[in-house]
Design a protein around this ligand. Structure first.
Ligand code: C2E
Ligand code: MG
Ligand code: MG
Length: 682
């Protein structure tokens, strides 16, 4: 056998079992052992057992060489680790083949085992690394076994969820129970697709042990060993509650009014859109309420913005307390609120809700121990009757609110189709008024003013009238406000000035002109016009003495822009014309300021004069105005005097002049001329 194999292999010969074992443990052990069974001292079976028991020999294939061909001996040999048998006498080729095969098998086995050992070592190393990272990670890391039980949960779990890792080991269903129910499906999908190479991070909410909600960003990835055996799922939860609340804050700022936290105009537009869509689908109805605070601007300006802010917060609280949860309230401007109220088929309800809002806002607000009264007006548009779409509904609610405001304060108004026809009427009136100016449909009437001491006519007031071709005589209250809004009052006022001055010239030349003739001037003319120039032009064109002309200005103008008004009035005074404050008592002007302006005259508003003899409150106001006015050197005139008794009473209070139906209604020029020619003091 030695002869047969020596050309192909390096061969070591041991003459006893002990010698063989020595070689195996030695520095260069054989790759294969051919072993006799029958040997002195130690038989082959015992030698084989010992080779297989040693770490060095364990992997070396042992082939028994024997004469024995008995089956039971072979079985015994295999059972103690033999790789094969060759029997004597040999067939030498068979020996060569078996040796070659077993050497090859052993080599393959070694390579394989090395590989496995290497990879196991690697895996152990990476697991170790993972644990080190995971243990110290601020994120809540976990590793799920393929059967869904936890293999690892990092300590940060406690920080985020309030539960200890042990809680998760003990109860693998815990996770699904603390996830927000709304996010559970998404979570399950994410974990099962965890395989998902392209499944990015997933955000969901959990309820922590203390009951607080946390936002979690979750990533996960399946793991397997080098051989591809699945080892489960590794994942990580990151607490992003802070980031989420920052995002929520940004979202909040874009969609909310920071003062009251109510939806702002942008968000409300979406809510209204949504309400229309829902109502359309469900064939249901809702109401859009447009609420405006009555006195807010005055309070804000007089008491300051911080009081104004507190008021707005108080208003929004009262409204929220009052409204059902299904309603949406938005603050869309300084003191304007939109409200959507859902409703059933019955109409009553909305007006009750709206009335309750008005009532609750009519109650005083207690701020810094001040009672502040504010009040509100509401315009109501109904879906679908007053509009099928957002824009129409809003403009209907707008029109209704406009009506409510025009009719007074603290009023609610439902939209009605006439409102749009009325706004159309306003537009056509405006066009008519432009034409009236060109076609000279305007007239001036004059009303006399009588001195109480002498009984003489000391003045006239020019009052404009519109002779409308179809509508007849239109009173100024119906078109002056419109003319002021549209700016038409500027050319209109210029016309009045010129016409009045021309008439003064005529009466002067006839020796009829009283001490002065008054012309009403709108605040708009003073602010936007060129009043000083117009007055100058009118005086120059007609050549009348400036002191024959008086300008009546309302208190509200004086208040609007003090510096500007002071300058304009000073310029007018410098021209030599007289100044009079009209409707005195209805505004808020301070007498000290009027003194500074050095006007000549105060006209006590007719609302005080009307019941001066019966209303002691008004009587004391009139008395005080007369006394104060006189102390400032002002002439006092009472307008709207209709009865003899009022005249006597005013005379007793030392009022200087009266004007009113008692003496005469305003009259057209020729009638006024006759009136002055025939007038005799009584
Ligand atoms: P106003 O300047 O206070 O004019 C007094 C108003 O009271 C006039 O109404 C006059 O007819 C009315 N009146 C006079 N005596 C009595 C009376 O005894 N009893 C009652 N109940 N009323 C009396 P009118 O002419 O309708 O003018 C209303 C307002 O229109 C005026 O109030 C004035 O503010 C404005 N206005 C009139 N003409 C002009 C104008 O040419 N330019 C401007 N800017 N406004 C004008
Ligand atoms: Mg007047
Ligand atoms: Mg007046």
């Amino acid at each position: 056998m030695l002869e047969a194999l020596k050309d192909d292999y390096r061969i070591l010969v041991a003459r006893s079992g002990a010698k063989a074992l020595e070689l195996i443990e030695g520095p260069s052990p054989p790759d294969l052992v051919l072993l006799d069974i029958m040997m002195p001292e130690m038989d082959g079976y015992e030698v084989c057992r010992r080779i297989k028991a040693s770490p060095a020999g364990n992997r070396i294939p042992v082939i028994f060489v024997t004469v024995v061909d008995a089956i039971e001996d072979k079985v015994k040999g295999f059972s103690i680790g033999a790789a094969d048998y060759v029997t004597k006498p040999f067939d030498i080729d068979e020996v060569r083949a078996r040796v070659r095969t077993h050497l090859e098998l052993a080599r393959l086995r070694n390579v394989l085992e090395d590989l496995v050992a290497q990879r196991t070592a690697l895996l152990e190393q990476s697991e170790e690394k993972y644990r080190i990272l995971a243990d110290y990670s601020p994120n809540w890391e976990y590793w799920l076994a393929p059967d869904g039980s936890y293999l690892y949960v990092s300590p940060a779990c406690k920080e985020v969820s309030g539960y200890a890792p042990a809680d998760f080991f003990a109860d693998s269903g815990l996770m699904e129970r603390i996830i927000h129910p709304d996010d559970l499906d998404a979570w399950k999908a994410h974990v099962s697709s965890g395989s998902g190479v392209n499944s990015g991070p997933q955000v969901f909410r959990i309820r922590a042990r203390d009951g607080n909600e946390h936002w979690i960003e979750h990533v996960c990835k399946p793991v397997s060993d080098a051989a591809g055996t699945p080892l489960g799922l590794r994942g990580s939860h990151r607490d992003i509650t802070d980031r989420q609340s920052a995002e929520e804050m940004l979202d909040f700022l874009a969609h909310r009014d920071p003062l009251t936290s109510l939806p702002n105009r942008a968000l409300f537009a979406q809510l209204l859109e949504q309400a229309v869509m829902n109502a359309e689908r469900g064939h249901s109805q809702f109401a859009l309420l447009f609420l405006d605070l009555d006195n807010f601007k005055t309070i804000n300006e007089s008491l300051g913005h911080s009081v104004g802010d507190q008021l707005l917060i108080g208003v929004s609280k009262r409204l929220q307390d009052l409204l059902p949860d299904s309603s949406a309230i938005a603050r869309i401007g300084g003191d304007e609120f939109y409200i959507i109220v859902e409703r059933g088929m019955s109409l009553p309800g909305i007006d009750l809700v709206a009335q309750r809002m008005i009532d609750t806002l009519a109650e005083p607000f207690l701020l810094d121990e001040n009672r502040i009264y504010i009040g509100a007006s509401i315009g109501i548009a109904l879906y679908p009757t007053d509009g099928h779409d957002v824009a129409t509904l809003q403009s209907s609610a707008d029109a209704a609110l406009h009506q409510a405001k025009a009719q007074g304060r603290g009023i609610l108004r439902f939209f009605s189709p006439e409102m749009t026809s009325r706004s159309k009427a306003r537009l056509s009136l405006e066009a008519d008024l432009r034409r009236a100016l060109e076609q000279q449909e305007l007239r001036l009437h004059y009303q006399p003013q009588v001195d109480l001491a002498s009984g003489q006519i000391v003045g006239l007031e020019a009052l404009v009238r519109w002779q409308h071709p179809e509508r007849g005589m239109v009173p100024p209250d119906e078109f002056i406000p419109l003319a002021e809004e549209s700016g038409l009052v500027v050319p209109l006022g210029d016309w009045v000035l010129r016409a009045a001055c021309r008439q003064i010239k005529v009466w002067s030349d006839a020796g009829l002109a009283p001490r002065q003739t008054a012309v009403n001037v709108s605040a708009v003319q003073l602010n936007r016009g060129h009043l000083v120039k117009s007055v100058k032009d009118a005086l120059r064109e007609t050549g009348i003495a400036p002191e024959l002309l008086e300008l009546e200005i309302t208190e509200s103008f004086v208040l609007a822009d003090r510096d500007q008004s002071f300058r304009s009035l000073a310029e007018l005074k410098a021209l030599g014309v007289r100044l009079s404050i009209d409707d005195f008592g209805t505004g808020y002007s301070s007498l000290a300021y009027l003194q500074q302006l050095k006007v000549h005259k105060l006209k006590i508003d007719l609302s005080f004069v009307r019941d001066v003899t019966t209303n002691s409150g008004n009587a004391s106001i009139v008395k005080a105005v007369i006394a104060l006015g006189h102390s400032l050197g002002l002439e006092i005139i009472a307008e709207g005097v209709e009865e003899e008794e009022q005249a006597r009473y005013l005379h007793a209070l030392q009022c200087d002049v009266i004007q009113g139906y008692l003496i005469s209604r305003p009259l057209p020029v020729d009638e006024m001329t006759r009136f002055m020619q025939t007038f005799r003091p009584s």
